[in-house]
Design a protein around this ligand. Structure first.
Ligand code: KIV
Length: 257
């Protein structure tokens, strides 16, 4: 399937079987998640935190993204590979398009960027060049420093209206889906019901959007030092890794003296 056919297969899931999306940052996890049947593999800039050890996503560079997108792409997944445009790489429509082309050259089949009305012209430039775009509204992690933390969105009618206007501007510019991050459940549900493209929620409550996305380390329990309150781990890999290493050390080095 072409990138366009894959993104179109996501777009037409609006109102149908909920979409299951996960982040992936490397070759083996991309293969395993794809074998598990996920619809979308997002090479998210969350890699800055859960892979590279930065405090937030504002430290992620284009070089980081290209390195990890190409690793995921080598897995040749059936799932759609979406790559995040990192901060400071989409200040104008021309720069957004140039960055999107670099991500595609590295193996992304679609790109994602954060923000609403102020990004619409950039989204249009990218979609008109034939590259599928996913939007991202609600809490925008690339703005965490300006906002002084991670706060819930859509709590007031004004905030809800701003998200709705942003979503409509993105849809008019051609996005095939929109990530909703940390929007309160009632608002996420209401907006999802009224928009024409699938919404993919994280931190928005259960069954409020057309699908969900999770950061893979939250799902696997492999990043125990920060677990968001909305995370629903399905495994405890951190514990498994610690036990395996302890047993290895005991087997090789014997009891501690
Ligand atoms: O970077 C990321 O992982 C994301 C998800 C939180 C949607 O943007």
């Amino acid at each position: 399937m072409t990138a366009h056919q894959k993104s179109e297969s996501i777009r037409v899931r609006k109102g149908g079987r909920p979409l299951a999306a996960l982040t992936a940052y490397d070759y083996p996890s991309a293969r395993l998640l794809d074998e598990g049947g996920v619809d979308v593999l997002l090479v998210g800039d969350s890699l800055g935190m859960v892979v590279l050890g930065f405090p937030d996503t504002t430290h992620v560079t284009l070089a980081h993204m290209l390195h990890h997108i190409s690793a995921v792409a080598r897995a040749k997944p059936r799932a759609l590979i979406v790559g995040d445009l990192p901060i400071h790489t989409y200040a104008s429509p021309a720069q957004a398009l140039a960055t999107a082309r670099e991500l595609v050259a590295a193996g992304a089949e679609a790109v994602k960027l954060e923000g609403g009305i102020r990004q619409a012209e950039k989204v249009r430039a990218i979609t008109q060049a034939g590259i599928p775009v996913m939007g991202h509204l609600g809490m925008l992690p690339q703005r965490v420093l300006e906002e002084g933390g991670y706060h819930k969105k859509g709590k007031t009618p004004e905030q809800t209206e701003a998200i709705r206007e942003g979503a409509q501007a993105l849809i008019d510019a051609g996005v095939f889906a929109i990530v909703f991050e940390s929007i309160i459940p009632e608002t996420a549900r209401q907006l999802s019901a009224s928009l024409s493209v699938p919404t993919i929620g994280i931190g928005c409550g259960e069954n409020t959007c057309d699908g969900e996305i999770a950061v893979i380390t939250d799902l696997l329990g492999s990043y125990p030092w920060f677990v968001p309150p909305f995370a629903k781990p399905e495994a405890d890999l951190a514990d498994g890794i610690r036990k395996a290493v302890t047993q290895y050390v005991a087997r090789i080095s014997g009891p501690k003296v």
